[in-house]
Write a protein that binds this ligand. Structure first.
Ligand code: WQD
Length: 351
């Protein structure tokens, strides 16, 4: 009875979590609607995993499919990663973001309650600290004051989970506040595959490196930081995934709702990232300075002491691994999960 349900388990972060759960000896069932993921991820995960992995295609807002999954599989814990995550898009489609992220979480908690499942790890974000929080971000700070519907949706779900745990004393919930996850699995088989033009820094750099984009725009060099570019707390996605395994242990042995920062505690600037990527890949990244991107904060990083003390987790992989693994993934899969051969052929569906 140690099956873990991972919602969004074929996504960038979810897929890395599935690998680490398998390594920790757990059976995994994935629920994913393939909205921002590919079925090929499942086949790759199956080929890599030593444990059994099941997959159900479906949406977390669909209580029927959730009930089927929970009744067919002996799920004892849930890691909830399913959701929409593009910050800019969330301001254009706020209702979709609240539908997917907030309503989806409500349907999930309800289904868990019906099935008598008490353990939940929730994929939250450092954006819940809002735009005025002092750095480093620590869990004792007030949250809220977020600047976009994506961040607000994560904040809302955290509040809902807290209330749910207060009302049901057996519930145990860990909300994991991610800083900036980057990198890929060291096998080169699993990584980040954004659709269209990447919003985030590392996928963009990686696509410049393989020649898919001409140059990187560095959004602003007049911030009050050491080199004028924004600073973030980048952490390796494999470290992040391992944090979920630790959090799962925690929820199994505790009750109540707690939030944990998952970050390295170190801030790195955009220019430092470019340099580190160039060193790891041996590829020069052409860039130019562009205006600031609206909504960007100058610098933030984690105080990750709580995760270290209570979960026994800290980030072990450094910038070098983050860059080398990003490069390995991108250079081995220049078209992501879409087959390279297929992309090279003319589109036969065009009449
Ligand atoms: C990092 C830095 C940009 C692209 C967001 C979300 C967060 C989480 C991760 C989750 C910034 C600069 C970027 C580019 C650039 N989301 N940049 N040129 O904004 O810190 O965090 O993604 O799913 O919740 O807020 O990450 O990677 O977009 O940007 O100069 O082409 O890189 O200005 O300083 P961000 P990012």
């Amino acid at each position: 009875m140690s099956t873990v349900l991972v919602t969004g388990g074929l996504g960038y972060i979810g897929s890395h979590i599935v690998i680490e759960l398998g390594l920790a000896g757990m059976d995994v069932v994935i629920l994913d609607n393939l909205a921002n993921s590919a079925i090929d991820v499942f086949y790759r995960l199956k080929s890599m995993a030593r444990k059994d992995i099941e997959f159900y295609q479906g949406d977390v807002r669909d209580s029927k499919i959730l009930n089927v999954v929970l009744s067919e599989q002996s799920v004892s814990s849930v890691i909830h990663c399913a959701g929409l995550k593009a910050v800019g898009e969330s301001s254009l489609k706020p209702v979709e973001y609240y539908q997917n992220n907030v309503a989806g979480s409500l349907v999930l908690i309800d289904a868990m309650r019906e099935a008598g499942i008490q353990n939940l790890v929730f994929s939250s974000s450092a954006t819940v600290y809002g735009i005025d929080a002092p750095v480093p971000y620590v869990e004792t700070l007030p949250t809220g004051g977020t600047s976009n519907p994506y961040g607000t949706s994560k904040w809302m779900v955290e509040q809902i989970l807290k209330d749910a745990a207060n009302a049901a004393p057996k519930l145990s919930i860990a909300s994991l506040r991610y800083f900036n996850p980057i990198g890929a699995h060291p096998s080169g088989l699993i990584g980040e595959d954004p659709q269209g033009i990447p919003n985030n820094l590392l996928p963009y750099i990686a696509q410049v490196a393989v020649g898919k984009r001409a140059e990187l725009s560095v959004f602003g060099d007049d911030y009050p930081t050491a080199d004028g570019t924004c600073e973030r707390d980048y952490l390796h996605v494999v470290d992040l995934a391992r944090g979920h395994v630790k959090a799962l242990d925690w929820v199994k042995n505790n009750t109540g709702a707690e939030a944990f920062n998952l970050g390295t505690g170190k801030a790195t600037s955009v220019l430092e990232i470019i340099q580190a990527f160039e060193e790891a890949s041996g590829v020069k990244i052409p860039y130019s300075i562009a205006p600031r991107r609206p909504g960007d904060l100058p610098a933030f990083w984690a105080d990750a002491t709580k995760a270290e003390k209570l979960l026994g987790w800290n980030a072990e992989l450094g910038l070098e691994e983050m860059m080398a693994d990003t490069w390995r993934w991108q250079s081995q899969n220049p078209n992501g999960y879409r087959s390279n051969a297929k992309e090279a052929q003319p589109d036969s569906s065009v009449a």
